[in-house]
Design a protein around this ligand. Structure first.
Ligand SMILES: Nc1ncnc2c1ncn2[C@@H]1O[C@H](COP(=O)(O)OP(=O)(O)OP(=O)(O)O)[C@@H](O)[C@H]1O
Ligand SMILES: [Mg+2]
Length: 449
């Protein structure tokens, strides 16, 4: 929530009071500052003074509601007058309070609003047709596979288990890593992100573990590594598959001994740290090719979270669209765009190699082009339009989203068998309990190569 108040003392008192009661509070000393925050941060409830230099609380309220019709605003009026109260409610305030502010009453009002928001959200989800969709640490989903991911996160977050997040690019690995931290007892401790692919390979060990002065040419002072910075909290090793073998050995040592040694230092220091790693590479393959240490792989392979690609959870598509379109409407101060049937069909048929990130990018551009109206097929990037423009493809995709026939199940099962057999047909036939000849016939029938 956001508190807007030009009196710095009152701002501090209110923020602190609400913060101590479990609200996540941001403060702004003017309406302009509030709108700036509003553009970048999701805010459920805003508490604003009415009389402020520049834009008034009433004007702020109108602007906020224009950007996000569901935003709730509580106004704080200086005088108790019927006129003020009527003005506040008429301009759409959820409630109004008088100065001097009774903090307890404010908190109570916020609780009621929060409860109402929860109900509204549940109703909206029901209206969307999914009984069990969820918002979890900034992620929205209704597909069974994602709901399972959420409940797995809940389970492992309490334990200091090392977590490995696997998934294609743009599937939400970083959000999941943050969720693990947020749901853990370490949530108030540091969450340090280390992108293993960005660090210059020569420097990676010193970046991760630090170094002492004189450890190598150019090391003219002691340097604290990311592990030490994250000590007591979580370190997120993003793009773990890019970590050079030398650093992998050291990482394994940290995981096993729970201590680190700065480069060039004879002594180690103990660390209490949670390690969350993510990669879009196939670590099993990398182990086979000698690019990733097997012992480290097994060490990390305990708490694995696998994020399904978007194309395998199209049930989430509408919900994600809703989520992003609301976000962009707010960011660009536009009305929320709706999605035409044609555009939705194109999104359903598309392969989404860049997953949720690609969806978000496509919608960002489309919302600007739709300019607060209905998003059309031509507002989507060219790759998406191609899918629907090619007629046979459209037919095939349409079938694949709706087809619940036994034939479709058989086709899927065959594909799956081929996948697990690494494409070897003889092995796939064995898995399926079919003769080789029968499998060949079916491959022809379904056009599987
Ligand atoms: N379930 C979700 N709900 C809402 N937003 C999501 C969801 N999943 C992903 N996103 C959004 O999609 C984008 C990509 O997510 P993220 O950066 O976590 O992916 P990633 O797997 O780390 O990608 P990469 O492999 O490219 O690093 C982000 O903007 C993120 O906020
Ligand atoms: Mg990422």
């Amino acid at each position: 929530m956001l508190v807007v108040e030009d009196d710095p003392v009152l701002l501090t008192i209110l923020s602190r009071y609400l913060g101590q009661r479990g609200c996540c509070v941001l403060g702004a000393s003017s309406a302009a500052e509030a709108l700036e925050l509003f553009a970048h941060t999701p805010i459920d409830v805003t508490v604003s003074d009415v009389r402020m230099p520049g834009m008034s609380g009433h004007e702020l309220l109108q602007e906020v509601r224009r950007r996000d019709p569901e935003a709730d605003l509580i106004l704080i009026t200086a005088h108790s007058s019927v006129k003020e109260a009527v003005a506040a409610i008429r301009s759409g305030a959820a409630d109004y309070l008088e100065k001097p502010v009774d903090c307890r009453r404010l908190h109570h009002t916020i609780q009621i609003i929060a409860e109402r928001r929860r109900l509204r959200q549940r109703v909206r989800i029901l209206e969307l047709g999914g009984r069990d969709s969820t918002v979890f640490e900034g992620m929205v989903a209704r597909s069974r596979r994602m709901l399972e991911v959420f409940s797995f996160i809940e389970r492992i977050a309490d334990f200091p288990t090392t977590t490995l997040i696997l998934g294609e690019s743009g599937t939400g690995k970083e959000l999941v890593a943050r969720a693990v931290h947020q749901r853990s007892p370490l949530r108030d401790r540091p969450f340090v992100v280390c992108n293993c692919s960005v660090l210059a390979s020569g420097l990676i060990e010193s970046e991760l573990f630090g170094h002492v002065r004189g450890a190598f040419t150019g090391a003219d002072r002691d340097h604290k590594g990311l592990f030490e910075t994250a000590n007591g909290g979580t370190i997120f090793l993003d793009e773990l598959g890019e970590l050079p073998l030398g650093a992998q050995v050291k990482l394994l040592r940290v995981l096993e001994n729970r201590e680190i040694r700065r480069v060039g230092s004879p002594t180690s220091v103990p660390v209490e740290i949670r390690v969350v790693a993510a990669t879009n590479r196939d670590l099993g393959h990398m182990v086979r090719d000698g690019e990733f240490r097997e012992d480290l792989f097994y060490r990390l392979n305990v708490g694995v979270i696998e994020l399904p690609p978007l194309r395998e959870r199209l049930e989430d598509l509408e919900l994600l669209c809703e989520h992003f379109l609301t976000q962009f409407a707010r960011r660009f101060a536009l009305d929320k765009a709706s999605v035409s049937a044609g555009a939705m069909q194109a999104m359903r048929s598309y392969h989404w190699p860049g997953n949720v990130r690609e969806l978000s990018n496509a919608l960002e551009r489309a919302s600007i082009m739709a300019n607060g109206g209905e998003m059309q097929l031509e507002h989507l990037p060219i790759e998406l339009r191609r899918t629907t423009e090619a007629p046979e493809k459209e037919e095939e995709e349409e079938v694949s989203t709706l087809d619940l026939s036994l034939e479709a199940a058989e086709r899927d099962q065959i594909r799956r068998a081929l996948d697990s057999a690494g494409g070897r047909r003889v092995a796939a036939a064995r898995l399926l309990g079919l003769s080789r000849r029968t499998l060949y016939r079916k491959l022809d029938k379904y056009g599987i190569r």
